[in-house]
Ligand binder design. Structure first.
Ligand code: GDP
Ligand code: MG
Length: 332
């Protein structure tokens, strides 16, 4: 028993991805304690959101959590990591995973991104498969097969119905019913919160009986610096075109929090000298714009004044460099 307890403590401390075994042990221990005390009233579980790029996965996760945890843009591959968003209630804990959109990897960073998607299949209690109006199935057949043969509940969310009419909606629902017969289908608009509360209630009802996996005041698994990096990256996605945003990685090197102000210094890394010039812009104007936009969002996110210093550095081919990728949290 002491051994099991110790193992549970370790897995709680280190549970970015809770393994099936540690999940079962946590549940078992809780189950026996509950029987002893004659109560059984808490639900918790992992709900993982997967789907093609740009269908609205991050928008949904933020809507559920009520915070802007995942960055959102109209460009594909905005999300590069697996990000947990935790929704806590008195008698439930819902652990959502937002994942990168499913793509065929072209370089090492994208392979790591797809490993995050794979891991999302492994520890899910409920799978959310998100598609958007007009879409005709997943690009990757292996992932699609995993979904249709899933042993756990699958909710297929047909998103962006604000962009459709009744006729299109009906034909899309019929199409997905046939493609993914094991799924419950919900038409939603993540952006306009249409049907989102109903889906949330359905998820809660499907959650297994379990104690909480994370402290009840925890909102995510990612540290503050991660959100700084992501906010800056979002502004780069919004302010530059073509391949520039995809060649960029952000490293926040300093994060000092005082009572009233947070002082941050972040490095914007690019792959080539020409990209460095474009990021900085004429007389530094482009970089200044990124800094101002990011600072405004960070002040909202942290609720404090922000001092943000940005600088740019060239690091050739970081996207294919295993050591670099490890440092940036892609390879685990
Ligand atoms: P992800 O790549 O799947 O995470 O998608 P995002 O959440 O980043 O959203 C991609 C784009 O679709 C953004 O421009 C969103 O504003 C937009 N979007 C998300 N949900 C909806 C929706 O319900 N309706 C409409 N019209 N747009 C949406
Ligand atoms: Mg996303």
């Amino acid at each position: 028993m002491i051994q099991i307890k110790l193992f549970i403590e370790i897995s709680r401390l280190d549970c970015t991805f809770v393994t099936e075994t540690s999940k079962e042990i946590i549940r078992l221990e809780w189950f026996f304690t509950s029987i002893k005390n004659n109560v059984m009233s808490h639900k918790a579980g992992f709900v993982n959101i997967i789907g093609n790029p740009n269908v609205g996965k991050s928008t949904l996760m933020n809507a559920f959590v009520g915070e802007r945890l995942s960055i959102i843009t109209s460009k594909a591959q905005t999300t590069r990591h697996r990000i947990l968003g935790i929704v806590n209630g008195e008698d439930f804990q819902l652990i959502l995973s937002d994942t990168p959109g499913i793509i065929k990897p072209a370089y090492e960073m994208q392979e790591s991104m797809m490993n995050f998607v794979k891991s999302a299949f492994e520890d899910a209690d409920i799978l959310i498969y998100m598609v958007e109006i007009g879409e005709q199935e997943l690009k990757d057949e292996a992932f699609f097969n995993k979904i249709i043969h899933s042993k756990i509940p699958v909710l297929l969310l047909l998103n962006k119905i604000d962009n459709s009419n009744q006729e299109q909606l009906e034909s899309q629902v019929a199409f997905w019913k046939e493609k993914v017969p094991n799924a419950e289908i919900y038409p939603i608009s993540a952006l306009q919160n249409f049907n989102v509360p109903e889906v949330f209630q359905r998820i809660i009802s499907l959650l297994p009986e379990s104690p909480a996996y994370y402290p009840k005041d925890q909102l995510t698994d990612k540290p503050e610096r991660f959100f700084v990096n992501e906010t800056i990256r979002e502004k780069i996605l919004l302010n530059y075109s073509k391949e520039i945003p995809y060649a960029v990685e952000i490293v926040t090197e300093e994060f000092f929090e005082d009572e009233n102000i947070i002082r941050i210094r972040s490095l914007i890394m690019v792959e080539r000298d020409t990209q460095k010039g474009i990021i900085i812009g004429h007389k530094g104007a482009a970089l200044k714009k990124v800094g101002m936009d990011a600072r405004a969002d960070l002040e909202k996110f942290f609720g404090k004044q922000i001092h943000l210093e940005l600088y740019v550095k060239v690091n050739k081919n970081w996207r294919s460099n295993t050591n670099m990728l490890k440092r940036f949290g892609y390879n685990q």
